[in-house]
Design a protein around this ligand. Sequence first.
Ligand code: ADP
Ligand code: 5GP
Length: 197
Amino acid sequence: MRPLLIVMSAPSGAGKSTLCDLLLQEFPEITYSVSCTTRAPRGEEEEGADYFFLSQEEFDRHVREGLLLEHAEVHGNRYGTPAAPVREAIAEGQSVLMDIDVVGAASVRAYVAGLPAGDPLREGFVDIFVEPPSLEELRRRLEGRGEDAPESIELRLRNAAGELARAGEFMYRVVNDDLRQAYLRLRDIVLLRGGAL
Ligand code: ADP
Ligand code: 5GP
């Protein structure tokens, strides 16, 4: 397959992590881009595998030193993508999966659009928006996941409307109603863009 830069965004709770995990299980050769964040670890999250957990000062230093490909504030915390691992993976011909918010996705989209034609990052770029079947179901999933405080769930639901309004910016949209169907659509998109279909 051609190396892809796969950017996935969704309102929190839509099932993006679940879909990303399925993709990484089937395609272990895809490198997951581990983000930096100032939020506290949740549940079983591991440093360096799920996120690099940074203090505000460490995050500021990463921004100042130009170490992040993009960064944004999401639900009151800061998140950013370390640039070097993405560049290295693509240069080695490996695909990269980024799980980032709609603001970060717009930054990456603008960045790759500015690269010269033929640049592997530009050629392999694909962005996908995962949608929940409804806002009611989104609330059920956030509550069912049981990992966010009630205020955090309300904040995530309030932000969902603004995120859903930006779905049209993405090349592809996947409605995550039935998980299996949604995964098969995601898989088809990846195989198609990678030149394997
Ligand atoms: P996100 O990464 O988008 O915040 P998660 O992948 O953590 O969301 O999913 C949120 C919750 O919804 C989890 O408890 C997950 O198991 C569940 N979930 C994911 N996809 C579906 C689906 N298609 N149908 C029902 N529940 C789902
Ligand atoms: P969570 O706190 O639920 O792990 O993530 C909250 C939101 O932050 C999700 O929409 C997730 O995609 C986004 N996010 C995670 N990492 C990054 C990143 O590196 N950059 C940006 N812009 N958003 C990120």
